[in-house]
Write a protein that binds this ligand. Structure first.
Ligand code: PMP
Length: 431
């Protein structure tokens, strides 16, 4: 049984300088408290208590090649020698751009940024400028960054959510006001009729969605849903944006849009694009993207296309070959199926849904969730107990149920994980 006493001591003492001891609220609130890591290698993280932990956070989905991949480290070291920030262009950013435009179906042109939150803002501004309309439609449970104008209905409780046909906008943080939600409308995801009805009013600039809902759960679009939304967008002059911050380079080399074969007008990427380095991208139709250059739409950022993260990105993308996905998918599928059989053996009722390199476990659900409201019935406290038991066995998973798999989660790591899952499942199984 692992212990985390030194982490707890450091967090308590450093909270004197860093609010809550962490630099993102998403690192707070785990049952075991925030952990302090010294280094990471492959599928493993090492913490200040001397624990070696199998990591399924994978940098909240960013570390698709695992921790400290040699090729990325080498590219970064080489670039650091050449310089850090030029406030100008460098060849490496054009190489990075070429790779993305060749890989991603919707990417005729792109602009780089540093975080998913930021490029979501760029996308919203661009679509409002292009259409002369104000309203952006988003969906319950979909997260597009922490800024005031979009942090709405990300994790609504059913008590606040209102009717499914006309959901309430639920604020994500104190400090927001209804004025911040001006120009935002929220709908239930996976309900095509709701989108068609809303777009038919003719005032919607953009529909913004995760093409597979992965922030909450791992929920696939219903057959025909993405195509139907795209058709409605075309009919009513609305721009379709896919947020591929999680799905990009995780559901396959071409992202969710390649996997589901629906090409949006714009998309945004971050996380796995550069295996943990701060790179984000907004990509899309040339006529829209060129508005940043000649259409009076401002997009800025001191750190955009900083050469060091760009070098990391090129090295990451070179490693993300079709063979990479084939090989890694075998591990992910084995892990998922192994977990399902252990739950069956131990009498744990759960839905395990999603994809090879990203899946979700919902305790207590009778059927796979189709949207956030279905997911709200999951036994979150039960799963948090399971996640805590797993951590004590040396396996770190997000309490919200997501598992991120990297190319380093090989057969040996999967075997060790399944042993830990067996122990943790027995600990929380109904008696
Ligand atoms: N969109 C999605 C789908 C995300 O998962 C996230 C991050 N969890 C963001 C946007 C925001 O990205 P960042 O944290 O890089 O600002």
């Amino acid at each position: 049984m692992l212990k985390f006493e030194e982490s707890a001591r450091i967090i308590a003492s450093e909270s004197r300088y860093v609010a809550g001891g962490v630099n993102s609220n998403f690192r707070l609130g785990m049952g075991h408290g925030p952990l302090v890591f010294t280094h990471g290698e492959g599928a493993y993280l090492y913490d200040v208590d001397g624990n070696k932990i199998i990591d399924y956070y994978c940098g909240m989905g960013a570390m698709v090649l695992g921790h400290s991949p040699a090729g990325v480290q080498a590219a970064v070291k080489q670039q650091v020698e050449k310089g850090i920030l030029f406030a100008g262009q460098s060849p490496v950013e054009y190489e990075a751009a070429r790779i993305i435009c060749e890989r991603i179906p919707s990417a005729e042109r792109l602009r780089f940024g540093s975080s998913g939150s930021e490029v979501a803002q760029a996308a919203m501004r661009l679509t409002r400028a292009a259409t002369g309309r104000r309203t952006i439609v988003k969906f319950e449970g979909h997260y597009h960054g922490w800024f005031d104008n979009i942090l709405w209905s990300t994790a609504p409780s059913l008590a606040d959510a209102g009717p499914a046909e006309d959901p309430n906008l639920v604020q994500g943080s104190k400090g927001q006001s209804m004025a911040d939600a001006e120009g935002l409308d929220v709908l239930q995801w996976n309900d095509l009729a709701a989108v068609e009805a809303r777009l038919s009013r003719g005032d919607v600039a953009a529909v913004l969605m995760e093409a597979a809902m992965c922030n909450q759960g791992a929920i696939s679009p219903m057959p025909g849903y993405l195509e139907g939304v795209q058709a409605a967008c075309r009919k009513y002059g609305t721009i379709l944006i896919f947020d591929e911050v999680i799905t990009g380079f995780r559901l396959g080399q071409k992202g969710a849009q390649g996997r589901f074969n629906v090409t949006p007008d714009l998309s945004i990427f971050a996380k796995a694009i550069a295996n943990g380095f701060p790179v984000a991208a907004i990509v899309g139709r040339a006529d829209l993207m060129d508005m940043f250059a000649t259409g009076g739409v401002l997009h800025g950022g001191t750190f955009n296309s900083q050469p060091v993260p760009m070098a990391a990105m090129v090295a990451t993308q070179q490693a993300l070959t079709p063979e990479h996905y084939e090989r890694t998918s075998v591990y992910g599928t084995r892990l998922r199926e192994g977990i399902k059989s252990i739950f069956a053996e131990t009498g744990i009722k759960a839905q395990v849904t999603g994809y090879e390199l990203m899946f979700h476990i919902g305790f207590g659900l009778d059927a796979p969730a189709r949207n956030y409201r279905d997911l709200a019935h999951a036994d979150k406290a039960g799963y948090a107990r399971f996640a805590g038991a797993l951590l004590r066995q040396g396996v770190r998973v997000l309490e919200r149920g997501a598992w991120f798999v990297s190319s380093e989660h090989n057969d040996d790591v999967v075997d060790k994980t399944l042993e830990a899952v067996r122990v943790a499942a027995r600990e929380v199984a109904p008696t």
